[in-house]
Each structure stands twice: as C-alpha cells, then as structure tokens.
Design a protein around this ligand. Structure first.
Ligand code: ZN
Length: 447
C-alpha cells in the first residue's frame, strides 16, 4: 500500500506540521484566479514538490468560458483628505474586492456606499468578495469601521491592472506503472484565507511529495488551479486523456474542527465513491458521506454531464457552512493541526486504496489450489487458518473477474490492506491475475 508514512498518526502529524509551515508562508500573498499572487504561491509549493507549470493566455476558450484578463494589484486604499488611510490593502488584502478594476476618485461616503461591503452580523470580520467576470471595484471592511466613517469626501484608490496576460496552472505528476490515471484538484485562487483554501494546497503538496518516492499503479496528477476557470481550462487541455481517468478527488477546507465529509460524484457509485465511503467509515474518522449536488467547488466541472467523471470531494466543513467562511476570521488560527493531520490520513488512505484497488481473476479455480506447497499457508494442521490465510481464501473465492478488492474486503469483513497483501501474494504465485492492466504491467509479474 502507498503512503504508509502518512496513514499513521505520527506520520500525519509530522506532515501536518510541514503543511502548516507552508500555509504560514502562503498566507500573506494576495492570490486571485490569475496573476503574480498565484505564481508566488506556486513558487513556494515548488520548494516542497516538483511542479509542471503552464501559462494559458487571456482569451483562450474553455468550453463556454475563456481565460480572463490577468489581474495584478500593488496597492489600494480609502484615504481622508489628510491622506490618512481608513481602509488599507497593505493591512489586509481582503480589504479590496478581488479583481477590482483600477480607480482613483474622490467621493463622498454616500457615493462610496455601493462600493463598500461589510457584515453587520459579524462587525469585526472583513468579508471576502470578488468581481471576476464583471468589471467593477470595491472595498471590504469591518462593519464597526464602516459605521465610524464620516461623510467624507474620501480618495478611493485601487492601483491594479487588468491586462492581457495568463492564467497559471500547475501539476505535480507522479508516474504510475499502468496506463490508468487519477487526479487530485485543489483551488489556488483565494487570497489571505486559510482553511479555504491554503489547507487544500498544502495537503496536496504534502501528498504529492510523499507519493513521489513510491511507485503507484495509477499516474497521479495533483493539480493546482483557480476555482472554476482553472478546472475548466485543465479539462479543455486534457480531454484526450480522460478515458484513462479511473478516480479523482477535489480537496479543500481540511483544517477546521468540523467532521470529515465526502461528497459523492454525480454518478454516486463510482470507485471513488466506494473507496472514500469505506475509508471515512473507519474508526476513528467517523466521517460523513453526502450526495452529489451541482454546487460546491471544482467537482461541479468534473461532474458536469458532458464529463461525468468519477470524482468526488473531501472537505471538513463544506463551503458556506461555518461562520468564518469567506471572511478574515478564516485565518491560520482557525486551522487545527490535529484536524489537518486527520485530513491528511484520510486523503492518503483514500489515495492508497484507490491505487491498490483492482479486479483479479483466479487462474486455478477448479478446486482450491494448494497454497502450502507455494509457501502461502501455515503448514501445521489443526490450528485453523489465520487472518492472512482467510484473506487468501476470500480472494481466491471471489476472484471471478467481477469483484474488485474493495468488494472482497466488504464481503469478507477483512481490512482492505490485508486483502491487498493476499492478492499481491497470489499474483506473485501466479494463482491470480489482475484484470485492469495489460499483461506485463502487473505488479506481481515483475520478478
Ligand atoms: Zn471559497
């Protein structure tokens, strides 16, 4: 099984410590769906795991969408006539509506009001607002500060550029031993917000880095891209390889105190859905499984009916269901290292089971093959078989080509890891053969 180091408690805690360190470095950067903030973020990720990067020009079509103008920002503020900044982008990048067009105007408070955003119910938090696909500008502020504003006038400055440029995608690719592929997608577009979604970026980087030293069966692509337009652009550039895609996850929001949740793919019964439900049901995760709905993060694009891919989503509290969501209170203090570690264990186990899961065929199915002479069975009679011998018998019995290892684990009640070990031993003894891979690419045949 892959990623054994990350599936243990000690290993996952160490990985979470590293992930939190990366999050701390990424947190101050003002990211968006395009621009230098994403590039600087990927520079930090690239110190942890190797990345293939692509720059896709503005105007490039992606189905019904196109890559927008590139947005970059140097400064933004609202200042009184003495030049004192009453709202300052330098103090917090959530203060500017993300993707704001450049502006430099002097206005009264009354004229400014349509451009100001605050949360009356959470007067100490700055909201996160965007204006990606409609040219506009604005400021976000604590409601208590908004209430203290005098009538003005104020100078409103957004020193930004919206120009022809690029959208930046990155992939950390770990080559597998077979032609099957799987993806893990995480969005990179949020500015100084921690749970949503520096946790997703940091966990994906940790997993990619750990997987790189192993030899998975599937080729795993960890994709770092902006929400919505990033997955659309990735799909439009990779449509030719989707027939090889066996499984996939979107991940994010992995550090809050809420329970782990898996959201099913649109089909609801894919291998990803079965594996994630199996892993989350284990002690001590006690995670929840929810049905697909066409709202959320990038699973919306992967599961759109024209693709209908076997891709689900792992989060803790989903989008919009915790009070700090999309506000300045989603900072590093919201992220609990123990929860981040638990998320790493669950995603690592899900990847490991997805990668190992396969259908096998019994090549000696008339009567039981003699396991003892192949060194696979305890030689002492009378004591009854141990758990491993039970697993061997279950694999042989159900390896009729219709069951995968997860189904055998489910029917036998034996842990997937032991079923996988038994199947591998039987493959090495040439008693079963993997059906999901062409001959010569099987793990057991490489001797
Ligand atoms: Zn979000």
């Amino acid at each position: 099984m892959l990623l054994q180091g990350l599936t243990t408690e000690a290993g996952s805690i160490e990985a979470a410590t590293g992930a939190f360190g990366l999050m701390t470095e990424m947190y101050p950067i003002c990211r968006s769906i395009t621009g230098d903030g994403v590039r600087r973020t990927l520079d930090l990720v690239a110190r942890r795991t190797s990345l293939d990067r692509a720059e896709i020009p503005s105007g490039t079509p992606a189905f019904d969408w196109e890559v927008p103008l590139e947005w970059n920002i140097r400064d933004a503020y609202l200042a009184d006539l003495e030049g004192r900044r009453v709202i300052d982008f330098q103090a917090h990048n959530l203060h500017v509506v993300n993707y704001s067009a450049p502006v430099d105007r002097t206005m009264t408070l009354e004229e400014l009001q349509p451009h100001l955003h605050s949360l009356p119910d959470q007067p100490n938090w700055i909201p996160y607002r965007t204006t990606y696909y409609r040219e506009s500008w604005g400021f976000c502020l604590r409601h208590r500060d908004r209430e203290a504003l005098g009538p003005g006038p104020y100078r409103a400055v957004v020193d930004s550029t919206l120009e022809l440029g690029h959208l930046t995608l990155a992939e950390s690719i770990v080559e597998g031993s077979t032609s099957g592929e799987a993806i893990v997608y995480t969005h990179t577009c949020h500015p100084s917000l921690a749970n949503d979604n520096l946790t997703g970026i940091a966990v994906a980087a940790a997993l990619a880095d750990a997987l790189r030293v192993e030899r998975p069966r599937l080729t795993w692509r960890f994709i770092f891209g902006p929400g919505t337009i990033g997955s659309l652009v990735w799909l439009s550039r990779n449509e030719h390889r989707l027939s090889r895609l066996r499984a996939g996850l979107t991940i994010g929001l992995l550090g809050d105190a809420g329970p782990l949740r898996y959201k099913r793919s649109r089909r609801g019964d894919t291998v990803t859905d079965r594996v994630a439900a199996y892993v989350l049901a284990r002690e001590p995760f006690n995670g929840r499984v929810t049905d697909f709905e066409p709202y959320g993060y990038d699973e919306r694009q992967f599961c759109s009916p024209g693709f209908d891919l076997p891709i689900g989503r792992i989060t803790r509290s989903p989008n919009g269901t915790y009070p700090e969501y999309h506000t300045s209170a989603d900072d590093l203090s919201l992220v609990r290292p123990d929860k981040l570690a638990e998320s790493i264990r669950v995603v690592a186990q899900t990847i490991a089971v997805l990668d190992a899961n396969r259908r096998v065929l019994n090549l000696s199915s008339k009567g039981e093959p003699r396991l003892g002479k192949r060194g696979l069975y305890g030689t002492l009679g009378g004591a009854g078989p141990g758990e491993f011998e039970h697993a061997l018998l279950w694999v042989l019995s159900l390896a009729d080509g219709s069951n995968d290892l997860l189904a055998i684990a489910g029917r036998s009640g034996i842990a997937f890891e032991l079923i996988d070990r038994a199947a591998t031993a039987l493959e090495q003894a040439a008693l079963v053969r993997t059906l999901d891979e062409p001959p010569g690419q099987q793990r057991g045949s490489a001797t």
